[in-house]
Ligand binder design. Structure first.
Ligand code: NDP
Length: 480
């Protein structure tokens, strides 16, 4: 059985506890790995290594950092096939998604922040007889904690800017998707990253994750995950005055106006609702449709979704794989049941799927589409994080905005209309950190990324991330 070890001080090591967690392939139900179950002692080892490495790494020139981070990007690309297969086996996501989107994006994250380290600049402010300049210095040892849904993609999205700005990192992937993070350690060694600069700890959130958040020497925490976990982390890190970046859950609205390009919108809504089995924080789950095209849109959407190829995630033709775990499948099914109890009309799917062959015991359910559910019900208020969407009707722009903003979350929204003035008007009124107009998941890594309200605190991406991972220090020089 393959063992997933910690990567501390440039070397792979067993957990101090010698306790292990079983890793399960959710598409087959097989136990595939034994994962190190880290605890506070492993965090301390990693912290000591990271502290030793900090004096070396923070003194590297930006060119030296660029060369190493850029090399990591190249190595991810050179190992794309192997990484993509590992990601798919851990998570049940279609191989196509791992190969074409996720692993390439992990390489882009490193490449983007490698070049950002060359271009990062700070301000100066002159006064009569004095000049102020701002130093943006590395914080020290920082913690990065990421979820299972886009494993290497989100892991590297945090680690790359932390390293680019000269910090040393203690990072934890989800225990449900540990493999690609573990593989990254070896690539970092090959790229010449000094020992101890990046330490990758494996294990559970309540154990090793909690120990990272609680460690007094870890000065900043960048976290992506559920809103409840985010609350828990801020309750610990806040009183310790740690810098915090929280990218949390969502319940994203998708506003379909009657003047949209119908064919494009149907196809993109099917994609934004059910990519990665609805397990992307940016997936739309509340589909708001102008009443004049409601029936036509609904029928076309059902037809489109019914053509999604559900199957073995390793089959290159598969478009819709398994859910991350059997436990998560139960949670999603309980929401489908709740939607029915709340009076929802199940238009399509929602049933358990039993595939044949190697995936006969996998955690598959078909994409579910509901209608007849009002904005206040739990189905429309709570994050399901699975392949369940609801359709709601609206009449005119104001009602669309009101429905869209009727949520404690505020991560992302999409607007579908060919009327450019309406598109801009609506975008301004939506309470979300990201608005896509006539597109979804189109990302420029320079843009701010993050959510409002229960979707998080702070922004990642571009300069925002570089600033998060540095302390600004003003130096005022009097020269008279
Ligand atoms: P969780 O909050 O359960 O876990 C996220 C990470 O935090 C995991 O590595 C987890 O470890 C760890 N963790 C759990 N408890 C603690 C703790 N007490 N202290 C420290 N770390 C802890 O989220 P999921 O993994 O279930 O991910 C799904 C959620 O992530 C959804 O709500 C989704 O919306 C959100 N998300 C947000 C994104 C954004 O950019 N806003 C992007 C992607 C997802 P372990 O899994 O090992 O227990």
């Amino acid at each position: 059985m393959k063992k997933i070890l910690h990567f501390i001080d440039g070397e792979y090591s067993n957990p101090v506890s010698d306790l292990w967690i079983e890793g399960i392939n959710p598409a087959t139900g097989e136990i595939i790995t034994q994962i190190s179950n880290g605890d506070v002692r492993d965090v301390e080892k990693a912290f000591q290594a990271a502290t030793r490495a900090f004096s070396i790494w923070s003194n590297y020139s930006s060119t030296e950092r660029f060369q190493i981070l850029n090399r990591i990007a190249e190595l991810i690309e050179e190992n794309l096939e192997e990484l993509a297969i590992a990601e798919t086996i851990d998570t049940g996501k279609p191989l196509r998604l791992s190969k074409e989107v996720e692993i390439p994006r992990a390489a882009s994250n490193f490449r983007f922040f490698a070049t950002a380290s060359l271009q990062f600049a700070s301000e100066s402010h002159s006064m009569n007889q004095a000049i102020n300049y701002t130093l943006r210095q590395a914080i020290g040892v920082v913690g990065c904690i990421s979820p299972w849904n886009l494993p290497l993609y989100l892991f590297t999205w945090k680690i790359a800017p932390a390293l680019a700005t000269g910090n040393c990192v203690i990072a934890k992937p989800s225990e449900m998707s540990p493999s690609t993070a573990a593989m990254l350690g070896e690539l970092c060694n090959k790229a010449g990253l000094p020992k101890g600069v990046l330490n990758i700890l494996q294990g559970e959130g309540k154990g090793v994750g909690n120990a990272i958040v609680n460690h007094p020497g870890i000065k900043a925490i960048s976290f992506t995950g559920g809103t409840k976990t985010g609350q828990h982390i801020s309750a610990i890190a806040g009183p310790m005055f740690k810098k915090l970046s929280l990218e949390l859950g969502g319940k994203n609205p998708c506003l379909v106006f009657d003047d949209c390009n119908l064919e494009l919108t149907v196809s993109e809504v099917a994609r934004l609702a059910f990519s990665n089995q609805g397990q992307i924080c940016l997936c739309g789950s509340r589909i708001l449709i102008e009443e004049t095209i409601y029936e036509e849109f609904k029928n076309k959407l059902i037809e489109k979704v019914s053509k999604l190829i559900v199957g073995d995630p390793l089959d290159p033709k598969t478009q819709f794989g398994s859910l991350i775990s059997f436990e998560h499948k139960k949670k999603v099914q309980s929401y489908i049941q709740l939607a029915i109890e709340e009076g929802g009309n199940l238009l399509y799917g929602g049933n358990e799927i039993q595939l044949e062959g190697r995936c006969k015991n996998g955690s598959f359910i078909s994409p579910a589409i509901f209608e007849n559910l009002g904005p206040k019900c739990r189905t429309n208020q709570e994050e399901i994080f699975g392949p369940v969407i609801t359709l709601q009707k609206f009449k005119g722009e104001l009602e669309a905005i009101e429905l869209a903003n009727d949520s404690v979350y505020g991560l992302a929204a999409t607007v579908w209309t060919e009327n450019v003035r309406k598109a801009h008007r609506v975008a301004q009124k939506l309470n979300t950190g990201i608005v896509w107009i006539n597109c979804w998941l189109l990302r420029d890594l320079r843009t701010p990324f993050g959510g409002m309200n229960a979707s998080g605190v702070g922004r990642e991406g571009g300069l925002e991330a570089m600033r998060f991972f540095t302390e600004a220090k003003n130096v005022c020089v009097y020269y008279n």
